[in-house]
Design a protein around this ligand. Structure first.
Ligand SMILES: NC(=O)c1ccc[n+]([C@@H]2O[C@H](COP(=O)([O-])OP(=O)(O)OC[C@H]3O[C@@H](n4cnc5c(N)ncnc54)[C@H](O)[C@@H]3O)[C@@H](O)[C@H]2O)c1
Length: 358
């Protein structure tokens, strides 16, 4: 079957996201056109063991740098180690290419490396997790974490190409795979009512990682994100609507670290955001229930964990980047397929609504 190409239209920084199976030929062709003087492949310890040799041989990468798998690698310490390794090769120049092979952690880290090396060298993303394919590899956000919070040090740096090769998903652990489906359902809720219906019909096939279904879902999600990024690359407006469900998700991740994967926290956050949308943005309660039911059918959590108290919720939200004074800007969906911003007072009413404990 032909590969699917989704363009991200950003003027002279435009690029394609290629979706297909066994994409190495397309990747090799792209690397040839770019004529890099050196290629630095960055991966993590899990993906590296499984897939790095294959990719390295295909693109003839000069150097492979492997970071420990996991969120902790999005750190200044690991980044500094990568700078040391890259400079030690003496092969870096403005025509070098960084290839990020891995999930969102590797994409964010290697993307930031590429953004900062010599004030910016080119980067190709080869996402291997479902989350990285549907979300993090597209749009140019790169970042590492600081002990104060996640993603606080970063840059916008668009890749020159993204290659979503479905065969990598065969080795992705089930919990990681399912967790990313929350971001897919989010896309449907804010921008693609047809996708929601498609997911309802194809739940089992998506869970079985059916390649045709995955291709369709990836193309829809990436096309939607590409259109949002093309309109608002730096997140001064519409791009913020991609954060539906994420405010509560961040609270859950901060309050109960280790308990939930990001996508699982997003699933709970989505249901809470839809509760808010029913109460304050006119969303039909039946439609909100549809989304909650779908998330549950995928095996995702939908209830706010009992351990999260109102006080803790308000305390964590008080330090949210999206807060201005006592008001926080929530993303809501007035109807499936549309999103808007709802300024909310940071108080007990909001907490009760979010927690679903009214
Ligand atoms: N830049 C953005 O726009 C953006 C958007 C959303 C999320 N993110 C970031 O993405 C990160 C989460 O991404 P993630 O969920 O991919 O996490 P991850 O990169 O940690 O990958 C999850 C786990 O799956 C493993 N893995 C990945 N692909 C595999 C494969 N094919 N086979 C076997 N194991 C595989 C990884 O080693 C890791 O253990 C977070 O740091 C988040 O902040 C960034």
């Amino acid at each position: 079957m032909e590969n699917t190409r989704v363009p991200v239209a950003l003027g002279e920084r435009s690029y394609d996201v290629v979706i297909g199976e066994r994409l190495m030929d397309a990747l090799i062709a792209s690397a040839r056109v770019l004529k890099p003087t050196s290629i630095f492949l960055v991966t993590d310890s899990n993906v590296g063991l499984l897939h790095a040799d294959f990719v390295r041989n295909a693109i003839v990468a000069n150097h492979v740098f492997t970071v420990p798998a996991g969120e902790n690698s999005k750190s200044l310490r690991v980044l500094e180690g990568l700078f040391d390794d890259v400079f030690a090769t003496r092969k870096l120049d403005r025509q070098s290419l960084v290839v990020a092979l891995g999930g969102g952690v590797v994409g964010d880290l290697a993307g930031f490396l590429a953004a900062t090396l010599l004030r910016g060298v080119r980067c190709i993303h080869v996402p291997t997790s479902l989350l990285a394919m549907v979300d993090s590899s597209v749009g140019g956000k790169t970042a590492i974490n600081h002990q104060t919070g996640k993603n606080l040090i970063g840059a916008f740096h668009q890749p020159v190409g993204v290659f979503c090769d479905l065969h990598f998903l065969e080795t992705l652990p089930a919990r990681e795979y399912v967790s990313a489906i929350a971001e897919i359902v989010k896309t449907a809720a804010i921008g693609d009512a047809d996708l929601l219906a498609y997911l309802e019909t194809n739940t089992d096939a998506l869970l079985r990682r059916n390649p045709d279904v995955l291709r369709h879902v990836l193309a829809r999600c990436i096309s939607f994100k590409a259109s949002v990024v093309a309109e608002d690359e730096m997140e001064s407006g519409r791009r913020a609507t991609l954060n539906l469900g994420h405010t509560l998700a961040h609270v859950i991740e901060a309050a109960l670290p280790e308990e939930f994967l990001h996508g699982e926290a997003v699933a709970i956050g989505l249901v809470a955001a839809l509760r808010l949308s029913v109460a304050h943005a006119g969303l039909d309660a039946v439609q909100a229930r549809r989304v909650g039911d779908l998330l549950a059918r995928f095996g995702l959590p939908v209830e706010v964990p009992a351990g999260l108290t109102t006080d803790r919720l308000l305390e964590i939200m008080a330090s949210d980047k999206k807060r201005a004074g006592d008001v926080i800007r929530f993303i809501v969906t007035p109807e499936i397929g549309r999103a808007s911003v709802l300024p909310c007072g940071l108080d007990g009413n909001l907490a009760a609504s979010l927690l679903g404990r009214t």
